[in-house]
Design a protein around this ligand. Sequence first.
Ligand code: SAH
Length: 252
Amino acid sequence: MIHFIGAGPGAADLITVRGARLLGEADVIIYAGSLVNPALLDGRKEGCAVYDSASMTLEEVLEVMRAAERRGETTVRLHTGDPSLYGAIREQMDALDREGISYDVTPGVSSFSGAAAALEAEYTLPDVSQSVIITRMAGRTPVPEGEQLRKLASHGCTMVLFLSTGLLERVEEELQAGGYAPDTPAAIVYKATWPEEKVCRCTVSTLARTARENRITKTALITVGHFLGNSYERSKLYDPAFTHGCRKGKQG
Ligand code: SAH
């Protein structure tokens, strides 16, 4: 049995209770060493075999899984954040399906949630933005044509960019070509929830400079939009005058 588990964004106590239990029961752990906090391995079983996937190919990862299956052992494949985002789990699951090896998936706290917590922000403010676009800048890994950053930027909603810290000059251009004003608030969140976390607030036109000045080159998220500003309407849900399924509003 293979368990795909989201490790959370960094802090070792941000893994789920289920994830931590399965991790503690594993005979084999394959973890994404470039981003997963190694402190998560501290609770492993004695004799547990540990592999860092950072230097492994898909084929090598699958071979470790297969070998564990042949021995009747349990494998945990530990991915950073939530495995459904830029986690390359689909190709692993499809290969396991072809070989009749069973698996399940335990979600994790994604770094975009960790970044919101670090910013003490709400991505979906009433009247400001009710949508969050999660995307990345096209680099060595292409992005489908219809998802060019400038096209997505045209919505003017909250955006969270993964995997784009090395491309910030182009990010600035694309965001502005899509319609964000140069002074639209933005923030770079480096290593959200890790002890070395850094939050750098800036604007759409100062992203590259801000990253340079703070020597941030990777493991950061770029957040963009007026959710980082100070103007918004309060929610209907908690408005005394608003009636909904669980509460009757007071008039006057
Ligand atoms: N599945 C992960 C994302 C993996 S892609 C998740 O749900 O978070 C790797 C990218 O995620 C990094 O390049 C960076 O953009 C972002 N990232 C991962 N952990 C981060 C953290 N703690 N703080 C800021 N960004 C992070």
